[in-house]
Design a protein around this ligand. Structure first.
Ligand SMILES: Nc1ncnc2c1ncn2[C@@H]1O[C@H](COP(=O)(O)OP(=O)(O)OP(=O)(O)O)[C@@H](O)[C@H]1O
Length: 633
């Protein structure tokens, strides 16, 4: 309604404005008409005035001329020539004036016509003004009518709106009453809600305290549990370590009892020769709690190997030797022992066996240990220590201490039928002190160096053997023992395909492969307890027969490179070691000579003891805890 009213008011305003505009235009037109009428009147007056003036002047002229004519006529009569000219001149002038008069009359006629036109125009304008006035009156009339009808509409709309508002007001009052009723009904519920809200508010206020208290209690409980778990863990860990130690002890004793070949692994440090980049990344990790576990990560997979002992890269020559020394000293008791360093080229075999001048390896330390043991036992035993050095290159056995390096040596069965082997022509040098040892080792090294153009390459492709023979005689009983210790630095075990060897190198690689696979065959025959062990398939296994037989003791030292680029070779070496580890040589035995007779004696009845302090039973060597575990004999 209000909208309608507003619209109408706007319409009225617009109409009023239009009327006003038209009125202004009309008054302007009136003014213009009035001005032009005035102008015409003035112009008329001006023309009339000019006409009158002209007529008057013409009259005066005519009068002037008419007054002169008699005189002129007279004069013409007197002086006719002159007069005639003057008359004609006057006539022409009169003609001219008449023409002028005509023109003036013409002008007056024109002006009159123009005046008429102007008057007609003025009449037209006046009619138009009257028309405009009429139109204005009509517009005013219309406007008044419209205004009136708008006023009526407005009043009608206002009264309708008022009625509607009254209706709505009534409805609002009614709903207000309903709300009031509802409010009255809701009041008890609101009271309950307020009460609940207050209770909740109290609870929320108290909640942080309660939560803190609960959390403190939970934390206390949790720390108690954690402490308990930690204690239990520590206890379990110590039990685990104790168990591990016992297991190891049991295993070692079992190995000794069963005569298993012990397999150790030594991982060399990463050196500058390994280069840089992905190929030089370390792939080997160790178990903190078990020194016999080694993990190799290859192509994202971790492979675990269990060995008798694992030496991580930081292990010293001393620590390695300490582990192998019990085996070495047993050669003084008359056992045949063999220690083989196995691994790919550059994995550290020579480092472990020979070592450096400042940090000697197993070879020199073994000789030194045997010498000191010999001197310790000298009160009851006489010992004679002799050393041979040989190498097997392309299946040819050569003497490194003799005068003829190039002659090939044979391995033969010793006469006497005892099944002993010997190498005719192999030089044996007696050693009594460290100076002898150093001289012998130096001689062997020099011999090898002079005979081959590239010692390093040559040593990788040949097996180097240090053979110690220990003969002993117990002074009180006359019992004689002979023990042999073979310390072998094997040729590199890498695959031919990787080295890409050809020609002479290929022949060397094939020989190495043959002798190493012959070694593997011997181990697998021993493992499966076959009646025939193929020792004679290579010079190496044939020479080591006594130590690798069921009477001997053997130890395999796996040399492992820690870097990614050698991981395949490392895995091959470790798998080889894994297989060898399960080989049972049997209970080692020694040969003793007593009163001219040779007797074989197993370590179960080690008697007589060289020091007189040894127990006769291996079982007695076990720790009490281990003995308890394995039960009564
Ligand atoms: N435990 C170690 N500590 C420090 N350096 C080592 C160790 N083991 C090996 N090396 C170094 O690694 C390099 C290769 O070692 P080594 O010559 O003994 O290997 P190898 O297996 O005998 O090789 P090859 O079969 O060619 O004779 C040498 O420079 C050596 O000094």
């Amino acid at each position: 309604m209000e909208q309608e009213e507003g619209d109408k008011k706007a319409l009225i305003c617009a109409l009023q404005w239009e009327v006003q505009q038209k009125a202004e235009r009309l008054s302007e037109a009136e003014l213009r008409v009035r001005d032009s009428a005035r102008e015409r009147v003035e112009e008329e007056e001006r023309l009339n005035r000019r006409l009158r003036d002209y007529q008057r002047s013409q009259q005066i002229k005519v009068w002037g001329q008419s007054c002169h004519v008699p005189y002129v006529v007279k004069t013409v009569e007197v002086e006719s020539g002159k007069m005639k000219a003057a008359v004609s001149q006057a006539e022409s002038r009169s003609l001219h004036l008449e023409e002028q008069l005509d023109r003036q009359n013409q002008v007056i006629q024109d002006m009159k016509r123009q005046l008429q036109r102007e008057q007609q125009e003025a009449a037209k304008l006046r009619a138009q003004v009257a028309l405009y006035a009429e139109e204005l009156d009509r517009a005013q009339e219309q406007m008044v009518q419209e205004f009136r009808s708008l006023q009526e509409e407005k009043e009608l709309a206002v009264s309708e709106a008022f009625e509607r508002a009254k209706e709505e007001m009534r409805a609002v009052h009614q709903s207000l009453d309903g709300v009031r009723q509802n409010l009255l009904m809701l009041q008890p519920a609101l009271r309950t809600l307020t009460h609940d809200y207050n209770t909740l508010k109290r609870q929320v206020r108290d909640f942080p305290g309660l939560l803190y208290e609960t959390m403190r209690e939970a934390r206390d409980e949790f720390s108690q549990v954690v402490k308990h778990v930690q204690d239990t863990n520590a206890e379990l860990l110590s039990k685990y370590r104790r168990e591990l130690y016992l297991r190891k002890e049991c295993h070692n004793q079992l190995v000794r009892l069963r005569g298993n070949i012990r397999v150790l692994a030594r991982v060399r440090p990463i050196t500058s020769e390994d280069g840089i980049g992905a190929g030089a990344q370390n792939v080997i990790t160790f178990d903190q709690d078990d020194d016999g576990i080694l993990h190799v990560t290859h192509k994202g997979k971790m492979q675990t190997f269990e060995l008798d002992k694992v030496f991580p890269p930081g292990t010293t020559q001393d620590e390695v030797f300490e582990e192998v020394s019990p085996l070495i000293t047993s050669c003084l008791d008359g056992y045949n022992i063999c220690l083989l360093a196995y691994g790919q080229t550059g994995s550290g075999k020579t480092y472990s066996m020979e070592g450096t001048v400042a940090n000697p390896g197993i070879n020199q330390r073994a000789l030194r240990l045997l010498l000191s043991e010999v001197s310790e036992r000298s009160s009851s035993w006489e010992h004679h220590l002799s050393v041979s050095m040989a190498e097997i290159y392309n299946e040819t056995l050569r003497d490194l201490l003799g005068s003829d390096y190039h002659s090939s040596l044979d391995i033969k069965m010793a006469p006497g039928g005892a099944g002993e082997l010997y190498v005719p022509g192999l030089t044996q040098r007696s050693v009594r002190n460290m100076s002898d040892i150093n001289k012998v080792l130096e001689l062997g090294r020099r011999q090898r160096a002079t005979e081959c153009t590239n010692l390093n390459a040559h040593s990788s492709r040949s097996h180097a053997l240090l053979i110690l023979t220990v003969k002993g005689r117990e002074t009180s009983t006359g019992i004689c023992t002979t023990g042999k210790l073979y310390l072998v630095d094997l040729a590199g075990s890498e695959r031919v395909s990787r080295s890409g060897a050809a020609g002479e190198r290929l022949r060397e690689a094939q020989c190495i492969n043959r002798s190493l696979s012959a070694l593997g065959d011997v181990f697998s025959a021993l493992r499966s307890q076959q009646a025939h062990v193929p020792y004679r398939n290579s010079k190496l296994t044939y020479l080591l027969q006594e130590a690798l037989s069921r009477d001997g003791k053997a130890l395999l030292l796996l040399q492992v490179s820690p870097v990614e680029q050698n991981v395949n070779e490392s895995l091959c070496s470790l798998r080889f070691g894994d297989r060898v580890r399960s080989v049972e040589l049997g209970i080692p035995s020694r040969k003793i000579e007593q009163a001219g007779a040779t007797v074989t004696e197993s370590s179960e009845s080690e008697s007589p003891s060289p020091r007189g302090t040894r127990t006769t039973s291996v079982r007695k060597k076990l720790p009490a805890s281990v003995r308890q575990r394995i039960g009564p004999p």
